[in-house]
Structures are given as C-alpha cells and as structure tokens.
Design a protein around this ligand. Sequence first.
Ligand code: SF4
Ligand code: FES
Length: 248
Amino acid sequence: MNLTLQIWRQNGPQDAGRTVTYPVSNVSPDMSFLEMIDELNIDLIKKGEEPIAFDHDCREGICGMCSMFINGEAHGPDRGVTTCQLHMRTFKDGDTITVEPWRAKAFPVIKDLMVDRSAFDRVIQAGGYISVNTSGNTLDANAILVPKADADAAFDAATCIGCGACVATCKNASAMLFVSAKVSQLALLPQGKVEAAERVQNMVRQMDLEGFGNCTNTGACEVECPKGISLENIARMNREFLSASLTH
Ligand code: SF4
Ligand code: FES
C-alpha cells in the first residue's frame, strides 16, 4: 500500500508544532500501525532527519503507552484495540492518515506524539492502592469470599490500562472513566472496602487538581476506550463519593 501520513511534529512542550506530510510506500497490510511508523523512522534516520517520537512498550495492548489520535479517533478506527494492535489492513491503498498526540491540558505534549501522562500516576498515588498488613497475621486473600458478580465487575474495571484515550476523547478532557475504573476495582472487593471512603475522596481531589474537566455524560470515553471500560464505573464512583462525603 502507498499512503500519505500527516503527522504532528513538535520539538518540545513550548514549540507551537505543525503537521508534516510524509508519503510512505510498500506498506504491508500485515504491519501494525507502530511498525509502519518504525519503517518511516528508519527512512528518516537514513536521510539524517529527526525520527518521530512516540510512546510504546509492550506492543500487545497491555501497557497503554501507544497513545495517539489516528484520523481523529483515539487508537484509530477499530474498536477495542490499542494503536499497537491496529493493523494497516484497516486502511486502503492511497489513504491519507492524520496522526496527532492526545490533546488535553493535563497531558502536555513532550515531543511529537508523546504526551506526559504523569497526572494519572499522581491520581493513583493519591489512593489507587490498598494498605496491606504484612506482619504475618494477614488473612489469606483466597479465604475471603467474594460474590462472583463483584469479582467479575472488579476484574472488568481492573483491565483499564491507563492509556488516557478517555481523557483525550472527552470534549471536557475528563478523567472520570479512568479514575472510576481504579476506584471500582478496589471498592468492589472486601480488601478495598476498608479505605474506600478515603480513597475516593483523595483520588477525586487529585483528579481535579490535575486540571481534568468534569463529566457531562457524553459517553465518548466508553466508545473509544480500548478495554471497553463501562460508564457504570462512573456511576459507582459517584455513589462512592456521595456516600463518603456524607459519612466522612
Ligand atoms: S478507561 Fe479505557 S481509555 Fe481510559 S485510561 Fe483506562 S483503558 Fe484507557
Ligand atoms: S505498546 Fe503497550 S498497549 Fe500499545
């Protein structure tokens, strides 16, 4: 396939940035989107030009690093996949493809397609964990019964990979889907209930401090989330937050 790429290039956080057009040829339909950019970068390096900076790590849909807008959609046009799982057979010979970084105040661009998502790390540090007594007297987790429905819902929430597509897709740059997944995965389980009230209040406070916007129930986040995280988590987090506000 021969394609035309229009890729956002930005030298650093203060640079205004611009779109640069790159023709690419002999693209295999079996390549992943990232492999296609790898090939382009090899050509750029051979020509003495600066390669395109983009985040990636696992390349199997687990780490959440490969975050970019492709033709205006987070992780591209396919549903339920990350950019590293997107294949070039999704596109047609002759297509023009635009590639941009996430756009959100809380995710400043570092360079080209890379953004700083450390705001998510700080939200997790504010409460996305359980404090475990490791004195040797801890009750074995397997000895604590958990209803199957709760275990399933907690597992579904725990599949959030922290990619930030929900924030980038939301017109308000809201992080509610991400934060609610992290709150839910713990609030649903007995081990997480102990600190649940404190957790939801601290994580929501940090989310607001980081400059994420409010949720206005548009639902775009759920559509673009590569892991299918449900809006039900936002409803659960709102209930958790209200109940914590009334009792703490
Ligand atoms: S909720 Fe979905 S889109 Fe948002 S960070 Fe988690 S996996 Fe990514
Ligand atoms: S590189 Fe890890 S999810 Fe894409």
